[in-house]
Design a binder for this molecule. Sequence first.
Ligand code: ADP
Ligand code: MG
Length: 251
Amino acid sequence: MTEPLLRIEGLNKSFGALKATDDVSLTLVPGEIHALIGPNGAGKSTLIKQIAGGLAPDAGRILFDGRDITALPTAARARAGLGRTFQISALAMEYTVLQNAMLGALGQAGSVWRFFRPVMKDQRLRAAAEEALARVGLSDLAARRTAELSHGQRRLLEVAVALTLKPRAFLMDEPMAGLGTDGSQKLTGFLDRLRSEAPILLVEHDMDAVFALADRISVLVYGRIIATGTAAEIRSNAEVREAYLGEEAPA
Ligand code: ADP
Ligand code: MG
């Protein structure tokens, strides 16, 4: 089997008496979309935050390309090639679409003093931002204030912001949320192509998208992974149907 790019080993995180992440292990291999599904409150976002670096695990390890990144801050993980989109939008609403994409591209800049440079004139940042906007189909809206975008367009912009850093792997927390059918289909098509460039750990409620895209699916319930397998394996898993999928899984 291909060597995993991302490997989570025995991750644990408690909030008081609540075990939000309960001994979670999983891998992300090159070329794949690995979907993480489960009911509300199962601990999906908590897991993504620990992998991205926003939340420190109580125990366990996170290995990226063979390197232990468990103690690295978020920015260092992003520079190492771990890209992410958030469940809650992190966009600056008063900035233009292009400016948001450029701020995203700035995330890879090394030193702090760089922030004081006239960022918006930096041709390299601008080119990276424009390329990312073109890839998600937002070039025409580059000069718009982000606040004027539809919800779906903002979600695409978040993906573009993540793309500017040219990540080697993606963490995505509900990128389809709030997209209409048309938007979901566009993003599904985009993620389908993106996986060959960088594998994606995808948290998603849209089961049509999950079952259309995922090479593997892991089901998280009360902080524990109860099953990992192909779409067909997950669909026919009795424990999964009982605990979560019920009627939601497309036949
Ligand atoms: P999901 O993304 O699967 O819906 P979350 O990871 O957001 O679930 O939450 C998992 C559980 O952890 C929930 O019960 C939630 O209330 C709790 N939780 C999440 N973040 C915190 C926090 N910072 N402090 C206390 N409890 C939290
Ligand atoms: Mg969540």
